[in-house]
Design a protein around this ligand. Structure first.
Ligand SMILES: Cc1ncc(C[n+]2csc(CCOP(=O)(O)OP(=O)(O)O)c2C)c(N)n1
Length: 328
């Protein structure tokens, strides 16, 4: 592998943004060739993020809220690629909500990150659909609509890996990202990432200080790649181990009682309870490692469709006649 196609670690001292830094570290530490990665986004400050990581990966900046359909086409066309999409809470929860729900119910293999700041940062900080009821804008305007919980929605709709994290918790975020990269299916990660310009004031429930004070980590998340032995000591009673499709493992050392990341109802109940208390449950909220993904459901060939010769993608007359016969 030449240096050009190897992920470069973040340059020391260079600050990009906390989520982007964790993405770069995760791909680098997993030794993934960036030319095998497709990075996608919609529109918003957040959606500019892919411009700052994995420069030799394939990239597509779609129109507002339409990234899921572009991702679907790209992944169906070449199933060997790893797709990572970065969206915003407005891009996902407002204009893009229709595309988001269908992406989640299809379980398309991709990592879908929401950089969730509770506002439309790029257009100067209006409330987005994830803004909490009663939270305020810098100007004092009060939000009188209830929020959409993108994690609860994703779990309900069928995403097979759903997590919430905080840009101020680099350790947890990196472990979740590595697990998401190793998962097969839709890995949806809502990362609360305060907008320092428009939504980091008193009265906001997406400010650094609010999230720090109301973060309820469910478990201490550790990711162990398939090629590494488990070296950490875990008390079996308090630890849940989940083996991913690739053979890598996630170790979750429990903090919250009654939390079972493979049980949909317990994840939904926990999200509902913590939201009612004005807290954020963070960590891997739900995981279903063996759920059939969209490509297998469609019966897509192992060989990428994009690499098949024309002779295989254009059925001849005999095949078409045979298909027509079945309609008679
Ligand atoms: C079709 C369309 N409608 C509206 C806009 C204006 N617009 C640009 S960004 C944006 C909101 C982005 O919010 P979010 O996804 O939360 O991203 P952030 O900027 O906060 O990171 C809007 C409404 C647009 N670019 N295109």
């Amino acid at each position: 592998m030449s240096t050009e196609t190897t992920v470069q670690p973040p340059a020391p001292g260079r600050k990009i943004n906390r989520i982007t830094e964790r993405i770069i570290e995760s791909f680098f530490e997993l030794g993934i060739d960036p030319t095998q990665v497709i990075k996608l986004s919609g529109i918003g400050c957040s959606s500019k993020a892919p411009a700052y990581f994995l420069s030799s990966a394939h990239g597509f900046n779609s129109v507002h809220g339409r990234m899921p359909s572009v991702a679907t086409g790209a992944v169906v066309g070449n199933r060997k690629m790893i797709a990572i999409g970065v969206s915003g809470d407005g891009d996902t929860g407002a204009i893009g909500i229709g595309q988001f729900v269908h992406l989640m119910r299809r379980n398309l293999p991709m990592i879908y990150i929401i950089e969730d700041n509770g506002c439309y940062g790029l257009t100067k900080g209006q409330f987005s659909p994830t803004a909490d009821l009663g939270s305020t804008l810098k100007t004092g305007v009060v939000n009188d609509l209830p929020p959409i919980d993108t994690c609860a929605l994703a779990i309900e709709l069928g995403a097979s890996f759903v997590a919430r994290s905080f840009s101020g918790d680099p350790k947890q975020l990196k472990a979740i990202l590595k697990a998401a990269i190793s998962h097969r299916g839709t890995a949806m990660i809502d990362v609360i990432s305060p907008c320092v310009t428009f939504n980091d004031h008193e009265g906001s429930t997406k400010s650094y200080s609010y999230v720090k004070d109301h973060d309820e980590p469910l478990a201490d998340v550790s990711f162990i790649p398939y090629f590494e032995e488990v070296t950490v000591e875990y008390d079996p009673g308090s630890t849940t181990e989940v083996t991913l499709h690739t053979g890598s493992r996630i170790m979750l050392r429990k903090m919250a009682e009654d939390y079972q990341p493979t049980d949909k109802m317990s994840a939904l109940r926990l999200l509902h309870e913590t939201m009612t208390r004005g807290e954020y449950a963070t960590g891997i909220l739900y995981i279903e490692p063996d759920k059939q993904d969209f490509l297998d459901l469609l019966g897509i060939t192992d060989e990428p469709l994009a690499a098949l010769p024309e002779a295989k993608t254009r059925p001849g007359k005999a095949v078409l006649d045979e298909i027509m016969e079945t309609f008679r």
